[in-house]
Design a protein around this ligand. Structure first.
Ligand code: IPM
Ligand code: MG
Length: 360
């Protein structure tokens, strides 16, 4: 089969890691008889440099015309990059928010897995880690604070800024359904995270999640307040299977969850809508400080490509081949600098890509 893959290489380490992911995809294609056709799409700083805006209508059209989009990372150093002299709606991140909205990518799936080979990189104590953990954050991605009305005004000589957090029941229902669906394929446990002791939007969230839960009698579910969840993630991460939460809480908790695995450079993510289309990207950022040095870890992007094969193209054997190659390369003792430990062999970004290709 031929697949049309839109590619947003983006900024910082984006181009390097995407390059390796394409190499791995091509190896999979050669082995299983598929062809991946790539169309480069500009977004973020890379688009600002060419078009003056972080996302053009043409870029959105190109993404829509693709079967799926693979993305590296966008954004630069917020204190030194000229992109951050621009008004907020013209900065790199605005491109990412616009594409999420334009393609209705409301369901953001972020796995946080502790690889047993990388146990040493986990900052938690052995007795907390136990035999490891494997959770997924299901983050709502097109509503809440990120997309509510905002303004900055001056009142009686005092600056005042507003951001509003709104959800309607349909937005909550569709992400809750996704959360319970994914739980059915995993360990059948959903922890719905909110701040229902303070926020109206969270009280509605809770009510709708409870309604959805009725359709999934096999799934155990609980509600947890977001501050408690932040604590539980470091106290006992093994208790979680699927964390279901709104946009802003999911942004924060997914960084925390990935950090407790000790290997943010290993974690993939998928942003999905109601169709088979998805935008796949690593959970980490553009790391401008190490860009162009050939030391970035491409594995999160490679694993995002595996998620693309699994979710958008229904190619599960092929996705398994990528995931197994990653496990093999780790078992063989190869590490990029971010996950390096004693006795292992340190390799650069491109070498890691080659080693993965050899193991496909
Ligand atoms: C993420 C990022 C984005 C977000 C930024 C870059 C706008 O932090 O994908 O988690 O906040 O959603
Ligand atoms: Mg984030």
């Amino acid at each position: 089969m031929n697949y049309k893959v839109g590619v947003i290489s983006g900024d910082g380490i984006g181009p390097e890691i995407v390059n390796e992911a394409k190499k791995v995809l091509d190896s999979v294609g050669a082995k299983f008889g598929h062809k991946f056709e790539y169309t480069e799409i500009l977004m973020g700083g890379a688009s600002i440099d060419v078009h003056g805006v972080p996302l053009t209508d043409e870029a959105i059209a190109a993404a829509k015309a693709s079967d799926a989009v693979l993305m590296g990372s966008i954004g630069g150093d917020t204190t030194t990059s000229p992109w951050y002299q621009l008004p907020p709606n013209l900065r790199p991140e605005a491109g990412l928010l616009s594409i999420r909205k334009a393609l209705n990518l409301f369901a953001n799936v972020r796995p946080a897995v502790l690889y047993k080979e990388l146990k040493d990189a986990c900052p938690l104590k052995d007795e907390v880690i136990g035999d490891g953990f494997d959770m997924v954050i299901m983050r709502e991605l097109t509503g809440g604070l990120y997309f509510g009305e905002r303004k900055t005004i001056e009142e009686n000589g005092v600056m005042k800024a507003y951001d509003s957090l709104a959800y309607d029941e349909n937005e909550i229902r569709r992400i809750a359904i996704r959360g319970f669906d994914i739980a059915m394929k995993r360990n059948k446990k959903v922890t719905s995270v909110d701040k229902a002791n303070v926020l109206d939007s969270s009280r509605l969230w809770r009510k709708v999640v409870e309604e959805v839960a009725k359709d999934y009698p096999e799934v155990t579910y609980e509600h947890m307040l977001v501050d408690n969840c932040a604590m539980q993630l470091v106290k006992n991460p093994r208790q979680f299977d699927v964390i279901l939460t709104e946009n802003m809480f999911g942004d924060i908790l997914s960084d925390e969850a990935s950090m407790v695995t000790g290997s943010i450079g290993m974690l993939s993510s998928a942003s999905l809508n109601e169709t088979k289309f998805g935008l796949y990207e690593p959970s980490h950022g553009s790391a401008p400080d190490i860009a162009g040095k050939n030391i970035a870890n491409p594995i999160a992007t490679v694993l995002s490509a595996a998620m693309m094969l699994r979710y958008s193209f229904d190619l599960s054997k092929e996705a398994d081949a990528i995931e197994n190659a990653v496990k093999k390369v780790l078992a063989d003792g190869y590490r990029t600098i971010d996950i390096m430990s004693e006795g292992c062999t340190q390799v650069g970004c491109d070498k890691m890509g080659d080693l993965l290709c050899e193991r496909i």
